[in-house]
Ligand binder design. Sequence first.
Ligand code: HEM
Length: 140
Amino acid sequence: MERTLFERLGGIGAITAVVEDFRDRVAGDDRINLKFARTDLARLTKMLIDQVCEATGGPCRYNGRSMKAAHGGMKVTKGEFNALVDDLVATLNQFKVPSSEQEELLGILGPLKSDIVEVDSNEVGTPLPDAFQPAPALMT
Ligand code: HEM
């Protein structure tokens, strides 16, 4: 039987390393980092690991907000969404993830675009609206 994408990506250790690199890339990317000004990064990191792990067939369960709820009111533009995908591809290339697995992962995440993008514009670096309510910090 075909191995799951989770297994082919290298399991939880590799996915954790990919998410951490991606998070740091996003944090350094002026095209999108204003949106994360009030975000609890520990929560975001855990949620991204769980989401990718579950969506690729791994043993995790994502218990965060829906993509619509998480990003609603953030005024993410199409250009900002594309910038985030750029950063993800740069991370996947750095980790030498083969293009077939990259395509599979982007094929899973790409369709979430319509739940995330609120502004049909190529503009990047737009601010986080004051009214946006961040998710509560992770309880540890
Ligand atoms: C396919 C693309 C994307 C995926 C899979 C994704 C996934 C997620 C997940 C799982 C969370 C955590 C939700 C929670 O804490 O309950 C989250 C939060 C967040 N996302 Fe995304 N996201 C995507 C695109 C974007 C884009 C394009 C931006 C902005 C440029 C963005 C900005 C944020 C921010 C700022 C938060 C934290 C919100 C808060 O503090 O409550 N995301 N995202």
